[in-house]
Write a protein that binds this ligand. Structure first.
Ligand code: ADP
Ligand code: ZN
Length: 733
């Protein structure tokens, strides 16, 4: 039996994960506040501040309740669902991020925890005062309210064209009533507006998904070629979930959250979805957060951070473009939104749909495609909708038919573009490189212009007249002469970026209308929308674009895709280079021929026998995935093993060396675990910090987090050294 003192204290104390990036929880006294169940959102004193936190459970009773600081407030919201709190704890332990950092993401809108602000509005008394005599201005106010019902002073001033004085005076004499309303009208509920009649493939896919919607946790890989109508298929599932009164979350890579996508949603459901991404204004975010927590928002579409929203009754998660590397968050809490979506669906016991035309190797293996038993259902849409055919893909051998010196478009590609221009069709030239030239070099001494903060070249941006570092954002004015050897006019631009291609297009096709589509030219959702519209409306003949142009757009009159440097993505040679390159090139090729006219994609390459090029040229994606899986299996790499990276960084190199030695000295030795490094990272200097790295590879049966935790426990790092653990890294720089 426990002593009364102990029982008493644990009943009055709660363990709180406070929204600060610390890897521990804190106990607080909550006497007088009643029971605070797990998931209750509280505010607590934390040093000199008041912070929000989430109750995880009773305090551990180690410290007497009376000596603990008190919980100072309880948010007027229902407690977060237990499965959501489980999710936050599991994310923290999986990613090895501090629990407080994960809680901070979940409570990203502190103002949403307060009751929604109230607004003062005016309306006409009913009935109006009998002996009223209205001036012209007051009559206008009365007329506007006749129609509008109630309006704020600002709206009323604008609509009736009166001054603030008219409104206050009218209220004082009883001509207007004032009342307070909360500005939190729940979003309208989606209802179904019939989509296009589904094709037989779509019908089969919809049936299979519907059959699994009530079956609890069921991951499904919706694998359909570009333009096969995957969106309509998952909309159908969303419709069923909403009809059952539950909530659905659709994750999209940020870049794909286009106006066009939202329009499709609106066309299909009669109302816009609740949005969650970096472009949503704070006020809208605050309202959205509450509506989601209170179960009033039925469908949320968002970027990866939407995974940390407090849904009260989540019934389905869709991850569109599941292969996208943009789902990996590299800062603070490093997590992969697709993987965490599966985790959330499992804890929530709800289905998850992963949609893609180019499955990630992870999902492909999970779908049982390389011999391992399937853990996901595989649902396929092998054909494009309607008359559209998949594009023909051909190689342009840069060794046999190279472009002229200083140019980047080889003769066969130039010929194909010319033919499209003559036929009044559009072309897309794809080069995943922003700016004008990736390198500026002195022709006399060979000096290269590099970033002062990073181990990287400065990229020439001619439109902006700047040199830019794509790693840290540092900018400088280009010099004509060499700062190293003093030679005048010796600096030369080397290699192409999209701006340089535009220059070549202008020289070769002076009559053609072209536009550059990159994150430098298209910076807001609005400008992306007008760009897409101008292409759809036929105002552009040649699009020159980076990966921004590769994703999700539907350009019916685009029949040629020219991939200017198909080998570019393979250059780094990291674990996922081949997979990533294949996905990117297949996606961009898939922009061609999406309507009635047939499409052609031309890949400019130095090596058309490379497995990635061969797979693209033969259209045999599955064989590529199989070969890629095989080589990963042989190498003992993910998805057949586990991988983590430890990145150490410090402002001065001595400290980094000391930290690397400390890590090295305490390196563990376990069966089934290999440790590479620590050594200098390939990007040894980034944003003013020197960087070292170790990679941990472990067999699938090993608890890699436990191995790393024990290792770090044993190593003591010098102060000023930052350590970032990245489980399942996607970046190897
Ligand atoms: P995916 O996501 O597989 O690339 P989408 O869902 O974007 O494909 O569909 C491609 C195009 O085909 C879109 O313009 C869409 O409106 C249209 N579409 C989808 N399903 C049908 C259908 N059953 N009948 C007619 N058009 C359809
Ligand atoms: Zn830099």
């Amino acid at each position: 039996m426990t002593s009364t003192a102990e029982t008493g204290s644990s009943q009055q104390t709660v363990r709180v994960a406070v929204a600060v990036p610390l890897d521990r929880t804190f106990d607080y006294n909550h006497s007088g506040l009643g029971a605070l169940p797990r998931g209750t959102i509280v505010s607590v004193p934390f040093g000199p501040r008041q912070l929000n936190g989430i109750v995880l459970g009773p305090g551990d009773g180690a410290i007497a309740a009376t000596t603990l600081k008190p919980v100072t407030g309880v948010a007027p919201l229902p407690p977060l669902p237990p499965t959501f709190v489980d999710f936050l704890e599991r994310v923290a332990s999986w990613t090895m991020a501090p629990i407080g950092g994960v809680v901070k993401m979940a409570l990203s809108q502190p103002q949403a925890l307060q009751p929604p602000p109230q607004r003062k509005v005016y309306r006409r008394p009913d009935p109006p005062p009998v002996d009223e005599s209205l001036t012209a201005a007051r009559r206008r106010v009365a007329e506007v309210l006749e129609v509008a019902g109630a309006l704020s002073a600002a709206d009323l001033q604008r609509e009736a064209g009166v001054s603030a004085g008219v409104i206050t005076a009218m209220a004082k004499t009883g001509g207007l009533d004032t009342l307070l309303v909360s500005d939190s009208t729940p979003p309208p509920r989606p209802h179904s507006v019939a989509g296009p009649p589904p094709t037989p493939d779509q019908t089969a896919a919809m049936r299979e998904i519907t059959a699994n919607l009530a079956a609890g946790f069921t991951p499904m890989l919706l694998d359909g070629v570009t333009g096969s109508g995957k969106t309509e298929v998952y909309f159908d599932a969303v419709e069923s979930v909403v009809a059952a009164g539950r909530q659905a979350l659709i994750l999209l890579p940020e870049i794909a959250l286009s106006v066009a996508w939202k329009q499709r949603f609106q066309d299909r459901f009669g109302v816009p979805p609740t949005e969650w991404h970096s472009d949503v204004a704070p006020g809208r975010k605050r309202r959205a957060w509450r509506h989601i927590a209170l179960g009033e928002a039925s469908v949320v579409v968002g970027a990866r951070s939407a995974l940390f929203l407090p849904f009260s009754d989540l019934g389905l998660i869709v991850v569109d473009e599941e292969h996208e590397h943009a789902y990996k968050q590299e800062e603070q809490v490093t997590y992969h939104a697709r993987d965490m979506a599966i985790l959330r669906a499992r804890l929530q016991n709800c289905p998850a749909i992963l949609a893609t035309a180019t499955p990630s190797l992870e999902s492909w293996v999970n779908a049982g495609k390389v011999g391992d038993p399937p853990r996901y259902r595989h649902i396929s849409l092998p054909q494009r909708v309607g008359e559209a055919q998949l594009p023909e893909i051909a190689a342009v051998d840069l060794r046999r038919t190279p472009p002229e010196r200083g140019r980047w478009l080889a003769p066969p590609l130039v010929e194909a573009i010319t033919a499209r221009l003559e036929a009044g069709e559009q072309s897309l030239l794809f080069l995943n490189r922003r700016g004008y030239a990736p390198l500026t070099l002195c022709g006399a001494c060979g000096h290269k212009v590099t970033c002062p903060n990073c181990d990287s070249w400065m990229v020439m941006h001619r439109l902006a007249g700047r040199l830019k570092c794509h790693h840290c954002g540092y900018e400088a004015r280009p010099q004509r002469g060499c700062v190293e050897c003093g030679e005048e006019d010796s600096m030369q631009a080397c290699g192409p970026g999209v701006e340089r291609l535009a220059e070549e297009v202008l020289q070769r096709f002076p009559e053609a209308r072209f536009a550059v589509f990159s994150s430098d030219t298209v910076t807001t959702p609005g400008s992306a929308e007008s760009f897409v519209r101008s292409v759809v409306d036929g105002e552009v003949d040649i699009i020159i674009g980076t990966q921004m142009a590769a994703k999700g757009h539907h350009f019916p009159n685009l029949t040629l895709v020219g991939i200017v440097d198909a080998d570019l993505g393979l250059a780094g040679g990291d674990l996922r280079a081949a997979e990533r390159s294949f996905q990117m090139l297949a996606q961009v090729a898939g922009r061609a021929g999406r309507a009635t006219r047939p499409g052609l994609a031309l890949l400019q390459t130095m090596d058309s026998t490379n497995p990635v090029m061969e797979a693209l040229l033969s259209g045999d994606r599955d064989r590529f995935l199989k070969a890629e899986a095989e080589s990963r299996r042989i190498a003992g790499m993910p998805p057949f093993a586990r991988l983590a990276s430890l990145v150490l960084s410090a402002p001065d190199p001595q400290r980094l060396q000391a930290a690397m030695q400390a890590i090295d000295a305490s390196r563990p030795h376990y069966h089934g675990v290999d440790i590479f490094g620590p050594s200098m990272a390939p990007l040894g200097f980034l944003r003013g910090r020197h960087r070292g790295r170790a990679l941990v590879r472990a067999d699938k049966t090993v608890d890699i987090q436990a191995v790393i935790a024990a290792w770090l426990e044993a190593a003591s790092l010098p102060s000023g050294v930052r350590l970032q653990v990245d489980i399942d890294p996607y970046s190897f720089l």
